[in-house]
Design a binder for this molecule. Structure first.
Ligand SMILES: Cc1ncc(COP(=O)(O)O)c(C=O)c1O
Length: 373
């Protein structure tokens, strides 16, 4: 009799103290005292007893806009992670029959939100160089139903980043064709030269941001959307968090953003060193390769097609036998998910040591087991 299917997340959470968490692009490198001290102060003051100021504390709002380089009067919705903002804005701005130009692979929860509105995505295959959208290909997809372009930069899961000229060209298409431009910049701090699309299409762009990855606060759930005030107001009508976002999350995000210039450069350096070490070990495994290197984010895909090992089997093998949690690609790409695992690497070097030791062993073990006796 077969039991319920293996739940990797349940297993990993139950074993979280032993697991090297390379599966969700979370950041495990933030100096812990920053959040610890801020939260301890807020708990001592019992700030959790009252509702927060609903739009978000003025201090936090000012820090977010400054971090993104937007003026103080710009529109801003603070939400429970970027995810909630993505839900709100698709609900508010898309109608049944609308089309959104997007990619495959992509961060598919956004596609799901789009579909919930009765709209659909037109997914451009980008699992080949340059592993991202290009303005020419976007332009070729624009039709009378097109309402929005989804520009995730840097892109989860591949780690590709957009050069400034490509951002400009895509933004100009949005402007010229009166399309909304959803610019998800969750990973921008990890990029060498991030560009905001709002610079080139200020009226059309909604910028979705988050403190989950840059500030290592994924568990606290805080992010949002910045847009011109009228557009932000339209989105805000769908804000279910009418009483404001968790006050402890706001306090932690404030402390992290205020001090980010001091500690983020070291995190970025460590993240780059880590991805170089992963590249070295991937190069030693016949058939495996990295489509994108260096990643402009804190993750990339490792293509394992030619190893003849399935990403799901590899995820399970690495997690159960080695306590290393990477993610099979199928939740990030209907078409190409069977070809890669995604690994994130804003982790301490010890976690990367464990990846380096376990990846070749796991591929070998699965190959041996699959070989005819
Ligand atoms: C591209 C992208 N956007 C948005 C999010 C949502 O982040 P959060 O809701 O934690 O802010 C993620 C999370 O992985 C992501 O990869």
């Amino acid at each position: 009799m077969s039991g319920p299917p293996f739940d990797a997340f349940r297993y990993a959470h139950e074993h979280r103290r032993e697991v090297a968490w390379l599966s969700q692009n979370t950041n495990h490198l933030l100096p812990p005292e920053i959040v610890r001290d801020a939260l301890a102060g807020a708990v001592a003051e019992r700030r959790y007893e009252g509702y927060p100021y609903a739009p978000g504390t003025p201090e936090l709002r000012a820090l977010i806009l400054e971090d993104l380089g937007f003026p103080p009067e710009y529109g801003l919705i603070v939400s429970a992670g970027g995810t909630e903002a993505l839900y709100m804005l698709t609900r508010a701005l898309l109608q049944p029959g609308d089309e959104v130009i997007a990619s495959d692979p992509s961060y598919l929860i956004i596609h799901r939100f789009i579909e919930l509105c009765g709209a659909r995505t037109r997914n451009l295959d980008i699992y080949q160089p340059p592993y991202r959208l290009t303005a020419d290909r976007v332009q070729a997809e624009i039709n009378p139903k097109t309402r929005m372009i989804l520009l995730i930069d840097p892109l989860n899961p591949l780690g590709s980043g957009y050069p400034k000229e490509e951002v400009r060209a895509i933004a100009e298409l949005a402007h010229d064709h009166h399309l909304l431009l959803l610019n998800d910049v969750t990973y921008r701090d990890f990029a060498d030269a991030p560009t905001l699309a709002a610079e080139f299409a200020p009226e059309e762009t909604l910028t979705v941001w988050s403190v989950s990855k840059n500030c290592g606060l994924a568990g606290l759930r805080l992010g949002g959307v910045a847009a011109p005030p009228a557009l932000a107001q339209k989105v805000g009508r769908f804000n279910t968090n009418d009483l404001g976002v968790n006050i402890l999350a706001q306090v932690a995000a404030t402390a992290a953003l205020a001090s980010k210039p001091r500690w983020f450069p070291a995190i970025k350096r460590q993240t780059r060193e880590n991805q170089t070490r992963i590249r070295e070990v991937v190069a030693r495994v016949p058939g495996a390769f990295l489509p994108v290197f260096p990643s402009q984010a804190n993750m990339f895909a490792i293509d394992v097609t030619k190893t003849e090992v399935s990403p799901e089997a590899l995820q399970k093998e690495m997690l159960l036998r080695h306590g290393v949690f990477v993610r099979a690609g199928n939740y990030l790409s209907p078409k190409f998910g069977g070809r890669f695992v995604r690994a994130s690497f804003s982790n301490p070097p010890e976690d990367i040591d464990r990846f380096v030791a376990s990846f070749p062993l796991s591929v070998d073990a699965l190959r041996v087991r699959a070989a005819p006796a």
